[in-house]
Design a binder for this molecule. Structure first.
Ligand code: AMP
Ligand code: MG
Length: 502
C-alpha cells in the first residue's frame, strides 16, 4: 500500500488534503493525524474492520483498546452511557485537551474498538486539524498512538512514516505535536475516579474539579499478576532500539557514573547515548549527548522526550543512559514513559559506593604503602579493600626501610611487602585511586585506560586540603616521621568523608 503524505497548514484547515483524509476514514481506511499530545492512527470508531486494521498496522495486541476522539462535548452521548454528571464538569474544565475519560460504552461501539471491554475511552483533542478531520469524516475517530507497537510514540509525521509507511493509507503532516506525551487517562467507572495513566493534566488539577481522585497502583507494578486496568500497561512500551538505563541521584554522582559507563563502553567498542538536562549537559563527555530540556521546564522535557529517544535510533547507539527527572514539579507523566522505555532499569548513582581504595605513588614503595598501611588500622563504617600500587614499577621493590621503621615505631607492622604496578584492571567501577601529587594523578589519568577525573584524585585535594603530603624521599628519619603524621591527619579527614558518603 502506498501511504500518501498530506501536508496541512495550521492556518488553512479547510483545504482539500483534509477532505481527502476525511474520506479515507469514512471509507474504512486509516489516517495518521496530529493531536496536541502525539500523532494518532485514526479509523472509524464504529467500524470494527477499521479497528482491526489499526491493530494490524501497528502490530498491536487486539486487547489493547483504542481511544475514541470526538469534536464536540455533545458527541459523548454517541459512544457512552450512564455518564455521571461530573464527567461533564471535567469536559468543561479540560476539553479540548489531554484528558481521556473512561466511561461505560453504549451498544454502537464495537468491541474491537474497546479491546473487548464494556468501557470506552473518550477524549476531545486540542488540535483544530484533528477536530476538523472528525467533523469532515462524519465519524468519531478511534485512535491509538501512530507508532509501531512497543516503539516511542510519534510526535512528528516523520516518526509516523518511519514506523508505518506502506501500512496505512495516509499521514497528515502538520508539524510537531505540542505536548509530546499521551493524555492522562481517568477511569470514571470506579467508585473513586482513578488515574490509570499520568499525563500533563495532573491529579491536583483533576482534584480541583472532582475532589477525591486516586492513582491506580498497578500502573507502577508492572510485574504484578493483576490484570491492569488500562490494558495497554502490561505491554512493552515506548522503547528505543538501544537499551535504556535511568540513573538517579545527585547530579555529580550521576555524571560520574554515566561518564564511567561511556569510557567502559569505548573500551568495549560500544557507543553510548546520553539524555541530559540543559543544567547538567556540560558534566558529560562522549559524542552522543542530547539535551532534552531544562529542569525548570517539564513541558519542554515532555515535548522532547520521544523525539530524543528516536534520535538515538537514527544514531544507532548501542545503549542509552538518561538522567532521572523525578525531582521535577510534575514528573509523573515523564517518568512513567521513561521508566517504561527503560524496562524499569533504574540505577541509583548515590548507592554505587566505593569498595576499593588504591594509593598510588611513583614506584609504589614509599608514601603509597605507608598510606595504605595506616588506613588499614583505622575504624571505618564500611569495609574497603585497601591497596598500594606504583606508576612505574621496574621490579618488585620491598618497602623503603625508613617507611618501614616509622610505621613500626607507630605500632604498624607490614610483612612481605613488594611494590606492584598499577594496572587498568585494578580500577573497577567502585574503585577510587589516590595519589600524593598532582603530577602522579595526571600521569595515571593519561596512561591508564580506566582512570579518569571521576575516580582518581590527589588525596589532600579530595579531603579539601590545599597542601600536598610532603615527599620525604632521601631525607632524615625525622622527615619520614613528619610525613607519617601528615598522611595520618589527611586519612582521618578521608575517613570522615567516606563515612559521610557511605
Ligand atoms: P495509546 O493512545 O496508543 O496509548 O492507546 C490508548 C490507551 O488508552 C490504551 O493503551 C489503554 O491504556 C487506554 N484505554 C483505552 N480504552 C480503555 C478502556 N476502556 N479502559 C482502560 N484504558 C483504556
Ligand atoms: Mg501508544
Amino acid at each position: 500500500m502506498d501511504t500518501c503524505i498530506l501536508k496541512v497548514d495550521w492556518s488553512d484547515v479547510g483545504q482539500q488534503a483534509l477532505e481527502k483524509a476525511a474520506k479515507i476514514i469514512k471509507d474504512g481506511g486509516l489516517v495518521a493525524f496530529p493531536t496536541e499530545t502525539v500523532y494518532g492512527l485514526g479509523g472509524d470508531a464504529k467500524n470494527s474492520r477499521s479497528a482491526k486494521r489499526i491493530y494490524r498496522a501497528k502490530g498491536r495486541p487486539s486487547d489493547n483498546p483504542l481511544i475514541v476522539h470526538i469534536a464536540t462535548i455533545s458527541q459523548l452521548d454517541e459512544v457512552a452511557e450512564d455518564i455521571p454528571e461530573y464527567a461533564e464538569d471535567l469536559a468543561e474544565a479540560f476539553w479540548p485537551g489531554p484528558l481521556t475519560l473512561i466511561l461505560n460504552k453504549n451498544r454502537s461501539v464495537p468491541r474491537h474498538t474497546t479491546g473487548g471491554l464494556s468501557t470506552v475511552a473518550v477524549r476531545m483533542p486540542d488540535n483544530e486539524i484533528a477536530r476538523e478531520l472528525i467533523i469532515k469524516s462524519e465519524c468519531l475517530i478511534a485512535a491509538p498512538s501512530a507508532n509501531a507497537s512497543g516503539r516511542p510514540s510519534p510526535t512528528t509525521a516523520e516518526h509516523v512514516k518511519a514506523d508505518l509507511n506502506g501500512r496505512i493509507d495516509a499521514i497528515i503532516d502538520a508539524g510537531p505535536c505540542e505536548v509530546g506525551v499521551e493524555s492522562t487517562i481517568l477511569d470514571l467507572t470506579t467508585d473513586v475516579p482513578t488515574i490509570l495513566r499520568p499525563g500533563m493534566i495532573t491529579k491536583e488539577m483533576i482534584e480541583q474539579v472532582l475532589g477525591r481522585v486516586i492513582i491506580d497502583a498497578s500502573k507502577s507494578e508492572e510485574e504484578s499478576d493483576d490484570k491492569p486496568k488500562a490494558p495497554g500497561m502490561k505491554y512493552k512500551h515506548y522503547a528505543p532500539k538501544a537499551s535504556l538505563t535511568i540513573v538517579e541521584g545527585r547530579p555529580a554522582r550521576v555524571a560520574s557514573y554515566i561518564n564511567s559507563q561511556i569510557r567502559e563502553g569505548n573500551l568495549l567498542g560500544l557507543t553510548t547515548g546520553i539524555i541530559a538536562s540543559e543544567e547538567n549537559r556540560k558534566r558529560y563527555g562522549g559524542d552522543f549527548v542530547k539535551t532534552i530540556g531544562s529542569l525548570e521546564d517539564e513541558k519542554e522535557i515532555a515535548h522532547n522526550l520521544y523525539s530524543t529517544l528516536r534520535e538515538f535510533d537514527d544514531l544507532k547507539v548501542d545503549r542509552i543512559y538518561s538522567e532521572s527527572f523525578d525531582n521535577l514539579e510534575n514528573a509523573d507523566a515523564i517518568m512513567n514513559r521513561l521508566e517504561k522505555a527503560a524496562g524499569h532499569k533504574v540505577i541509583s548513582a548515590d548507592k554505587v559506593s566505593i569498595s576499593r581504595i588504591i594509593f598510588a605513588g611513583k614506584n609504589g614503595s614509599n608514601r603509597s604503602p605507608m598510606a595504605a598501611s595506616i588506613l588499614k588500622t583505622m575504624k571505618m563504617d564500611k569495609n574497603y579493600e585497601i591497596l598500594s600500587r606504583g606508576i612505574l614499577v621496574q621490579f618488585p621493590e620491598p618497602l623503603n626501610p625508613k617507611i618501614e621503621a616509622v610505621l613500626k615505631s607507630n605500632g604498624i607492622e607490614v610483612e612481605d611487602y613488594h611494590a606492584e604496578q598499577l594496572k587498568s584492571e585494578d580500577i573497577t567501577p567502585t574503585t577510587i585511586v589516590f595519589t600524593m601529587e598532582e603530577s602522579h594523578r595526571d600521569r595515571i589519568i593519561e596512561t591508564i585506560d580506566r582512570a579518569n577525573e571521576d575516580n582518581t584524585f590527589v588525596l589532600t585535594k579530595y579531603v579539601g586540603n590545599e597542601l600536598e603530603i610532603p615527599n620525604p624521599y632521601g631525607g632524615s628519619l625525622q622527615l619520614y616521621g613528619l610525613c607519617f603524621e601528615s598522611i595520618k591527619e589527611t586519612l582521618n579527614s578521608l575517613v570522615n568523608v567516606l563515612d559521610q558518603e557511605g
